[in-house]
Design a protein around this ligand. Structure first.
Ligand SMILES: [Zn+2]
Ligand SMILES: [Zn+2]
Length: 212
């Protein structure tokens, strides 16, 4: 059973947690949510001494996806995710980047859309795809059952939940997604979220004010 290693690289003015994740056994890696600041991401790849073979997107917002087209081109690897319901966001990343002052943001089309019951793989690691709409319609979470580890994007944070006051957001749907898809993963599951510190499902079930 190969271990998951992960290092967080904060990117863009939104301090988004771009995550470099790799399989201990093979040193094969995935970059999750390369919103921008690609030089920093490439430094992290060099420091870890890993080979990136995938880029994964949890959703289509600029701070998560703005650098995906450029990084995909530089690394020559496939881009997987998010769910197709975020197409409208990916189609306007360049415009959104200009309005938020994120240099070099480009529109992007994934090589593979993800949906509930799909899996993504890197090295010997397998992640189940969970469609978690509410923060955006096409948001997905990725869950590695063996290592009790998840990547949840902007659905759930330590002590908070994602915004739903932006186009395509729906607060009731978001809380529904968290309760139906994320809480059942189990209290022992640790997760990396799109912004801020990591947490566990158990900690959020017990203390997150949005889930009481
Ligand atoms: Zn977002
Ligand atoms: Zn975000």
């Amino acid at each position: 059973m190969s271990k998951v290693h992960a290092t967080i690289v904060p990117v863009t003015p939104f301090q988004q947690n771009c995550t470099l994740l790799w399989c201990d056994a093979t040193k094969r890696a995935a970059v999750i949510d390369p919103g921008g600041d690609l030089a920093r991401i490439e430094d992290a790849i060099r420091q870890a001494g890993v080979t990136v073979e995938r880029i994964w997107l949890t959703h289509g917002h600029i701070d998560h996806a703005g650098g995906a087209a450029e990084l995909k081109e530089r690394l020559g690897v496939p881009l997987e995710g998010p769910h197709k319901a975020d197409l409208f966001l990916l189609e306007r990343l360049a415009d959104t980047g200009r309005s938020f002052g994120i240099a070099g943001a480009r529109n992007v089309t994934p090589d593979r859309w993800l949906d509930e019951t799909d899996q993504v793989r890197v090295g010997e690691l397998v992640f189940d795809v969970l469609h978690c709409p509410g923060h955006s319609p096409g948001s997905v979470a990725l869950f590695n059952a063996e290592q009790r580890f998840a990547i949840v994007g902007d659905a759930l944070f330590r002590g908070s939940v994602g915004r739903s006051d932006i186009p395509g957001g729906d607060h009731a749907q978001l809380i529904g997604s968290i309760k139906a898809k994320l809480l059942p993963l189990g209290d022992d599951v640790a997760f990396i979220c799109g912004h801020g510190p990591t947490s566990t499902i158990g900690h959020e079930r017990a203390s997150n004010p949005f889930l009481q």
